[in-house]
Design a protein around this ligand. Structure first.
Ligand SMILES: *[C@@H]1O[C@H](CO)[C@@H](O)[C@H](O)[C@H]1NC(C)=O
Ligand SMILES: *[C@@H]1O[C@H](CO)[C@@H](O)[C@H](O)[C@H]1NC(C)=O
Ligand SMILES: *[C@@H]1O[C@H](CO)[C@@H](O)[C@H](O)[C@H]1NC(C)=O
Length: 350
């Protein structure tokens, strides 16, 4: 990624006043209404010395500090990117606790924004790989953590980046002197809402490298994704997918008042404990399995013996359903994950 690295370097070397919350000039309570600092020069000078200031002052990621950090880049969060910044560091702490982040863990954070969650991850002892699509925010997080070599910032769109190779680079260099490296990485993220489904689809099948994916999602989506009871009107192929690759759990609700700009809906934290590949349901091919599931739901109100006709004759589908312990007239919403697995395997054998 030479070009990306290059652009990041350009960003971080631009001499701009550093109005970050962790700048020593902002010690103590921050008041958005207080006059701007008298001299930018002072702050620039301080920021250039790469001060040793500890960046775990709990007050620094409050409402005012977050707005100040955003303003320092002359911008407001773009709703078009689905960005909503967390204003309450207690929520970030709960998010990190939900992932049980321990000293030495390797954590991928998607969309670090102003770095408020990154900061809590660092405090918990994690090595953080932060992936940010927005160049301004990437530069901000880079500056903020420039003195720490266990925070890496990548200016990339997560949905397009090759997370495996980035991760292997980090975990190689992350080995400590005893040569031990963490076996599985975690993902902890306050995601832009419009990429949540995309991110889930990419991450859940990666149980060989991730143990846990903990995401802050829109509450409605969180409920829909975690509730896997067949028969509900919200039952979709994504529910089959999630349960195939993970054990999801709804953790807690996060009221909309904790975000800036305030979204129209509340959020919630969901954790996905990823299954390791040996624990996936036994299907000959995941691809053909999910292709069958998708076809089945294409005609949600229709019987499977109709919607799966392109795979094999109705009669064989009926027989497969019956041998899987289901009525020959079954519709997709009546089938739990295990039922689809049995159906797929007996059709595949037929
Ligand atoms: C999310 O929104 C941004 C900005 O509108 C857009 O560029 C991006 O493609 C969207 N992503 C998805 C998965 O819809
Ligand atoms: C911040 O989050 C905590 C924990 O969820 C909550 O108890 C508290 O009320 C929140 N603070 C504000 C100002 O909303
Ligand atoms: C290296 O990491 C392992 C696992 O995190 C830890 O138990 C060990 O104490 C570390 N060794 C050193 C020298 O830091």
């Amino acid at each position: 990624m030479p070009s990306l690295l290059h652009s990041l370097l350009l960003f971080s070397s631009t001499p701009k006043p550093l109005l970050l919350a962790n700048s020593p000039a902002y010690d103590g309570p921050v008041d958005a209404n207080s006059p701007r600092p008298k001299s930018y020069h002072t702050i620039t000078a301080i920021s250039k010395t790469k001060s040793e200031t500890k960046i775990n002052n709990k007050d620094e990621d409050d409402y005012h500090a977050t707005l100040k950090a955003l303003n320092s880049k002359g911008r407001f969060p773009r709703k078009s990117l689905g960005q909503h910044y967390m204003l309450n560091s207690s929520v970030n702490e709960e998010l990190v606790a939900a992932a049980d982040v321990q000293e030495g863990d390797l954590v991928v954070e998607i969309g670090p924004g102003t770095g408020s969650l990154t900061n809590v991850l660092v405090d918990a002892g994690a090595t953080v790989l932060a992936i940010e699509k927005d160049p301004y925010m990437a530069a901000l997080v880079m500056e903020r953590f420039s003195s720490l070599d266990h925070v890496k910032v990548l200016l990339e769109d997560f949905t397009k980046c090759h997370i495996r190779s980035h991760l292997s680079t980090i975990s190689q260099s992350g080995r400590n002197s005893s040569g031990v490296k963490p076996q599985y990485a975690k993902v902890v993220s306050n995601l832009p809402f419009n990429i949540s489904t995309e991110v889930i689809k990419q991450l859940l099948p990666m149980g060989d490298i991730f143990s846990e994916v903990v995401l802050l999602l829109q509450e409605e989506a969180a409920v829909r994704l975690v509730d896997s009871s067949s028969g509900s009107s919200e039952y979709r192929p994504i529910n089959i997918f999630i349960n195939f690759y993970s054990n999801p759990e709804y953790r807690f609700k996060v009221p909309r008042t904790n975000f800036f700009p305030q979204p129209k809906v509340d959020a919630a934290v969901v954790s996905f404990r990823l299954k390791q590949p040996v624990d996936y349901p036994p299907v000959s091919s995941a691809k053909s399995f999910f292709s069958m599931v998708n076809s089945a739901f294409n005609g949600k109100r229709k019987m499977l013996r109709k919607t799966l006709q392109h795979i094999c004759p109705s009669l064989e589908i009926e027989e497969a359903l019956v041998s899987a312990g289901l009525p020959p007239t079954a519709r997709p919403e009546e089938l739990a994950l295990e039922d689809f697995v049995r159906l797929h395997n007996s059709i595949a054998k037929a």
